[in-house]
Write a protein that binds this ligand. Structure first.
Ligand code: TMP
Length: 236
């Protein structure tokens, strides 16, 4: 497999074409952004930590029967993925109230959500990733009703698999954001799963171990990401 030209650079990852039209290289950079790219900083080791963390989680999900774009690790900061047509929608599933849910609805951080709740957001930084609903997605043609129902079903399945996995490391999966794409007609999980795109709290102390440490200026961001990985049995 040969890496060719850069196709796209996002806020934290760059995407490269390869000599195989069905495969892309994802490069995890050290860039760390928050508030839709309004704050961007370089954090040492982040690309490597998130790349290895994502590979570990994607392999767990594949083993549990979730179709993902992940193929294999290529290097410290790169992995190989299937080339999908991305659906420009973020699927957020929440087990505990935090973040924008608390701001929007005036609820207290830390309340258990039973059953877990679900929200769609449009992937559009300029608009601040506005919340959207199923009807918007269908009317604007971002996905079909069938694709939507697969995205929801897979998101809840991923949530249950990962809630149990993190609990084994004495952590609570508070919420997470997933993105999907279409690969040869099938809806599969794309993007990444790392502490950048989910909230994880220590089960006993409720200490924040995810990107909220960066958003809220709590320090030790990458040290926390590495600790999360180590609690799952990963070594970096
Ligand atoms: P929120 O509480 O800010 O809506 O975020 C919910 C979850 O989604 C949280 O785990 C962070 C993640 N997320 C992203 O990964 N990217 C985004 O652009 C946004 C808005 C949230």
């Amino acid at each position: 497999m040969e890496k060719r030209q850069e196709l796209y650079a996002g806020k934290a990852k760059s995407v490269y074409t390869t000599d195989d039209a069905d495969l892309l290289v994802l490069h995890f950079r050290n860039d760390t952004s928050a508030f839709d790219g309004k704050i961007i900083e370089q954090l040492d080791r982040k690309g490597m930590v998130n790349n290895k963390f994502n590979a570990f989680i994607m392999e767990k999900l594949e083993a549990a029967g979730i179709p993902t774009h992940f193929e294999k690790l290529l290097s410290d900061e790169e992995c190989l993925v299937k080339k999908m047509d991305m659906i420009p929608v973020e699927c957020v599933v929440r087990n505990i109230a935090a973040g924008s849910l608390c701001r929007r609805l005036g609820v207290e951080e830390g309340i258990d959500l039973t059953p877990p709740t679900f929200e769609f957001f449009l992937k559009n930084d300029e608009l601040g990733d506005p919340m959207i609903n199923d009807y918007h997605i269908e009317s604007f043609g971002w996905a079909t009703a069938e694709q939507l129902s697969v995205m929801k079903k897979l998101t809840f399945q991923v949530n249950e698999i990962l809630k149990a996995l993190f609990l084994e490391g004495n952590m609570l999966l508070v919420d997470s954001k997933l993105e999907f794409g279409i690969y040869h007609g099938e809806v599969i999980l794309g993007d990444e799963f790392s502490p950048d795109g989910c909230r994880l709290w220590d089960k006993d102390t409720r200490e924040k171990l995810d990107k909220d440490r960066f958003r809220q200026g709590l320090g030790n961001v990458i040290e926390s990401y590495e600790m999360v990985g180590k609690r799952l049995g990963l070594s970096f």
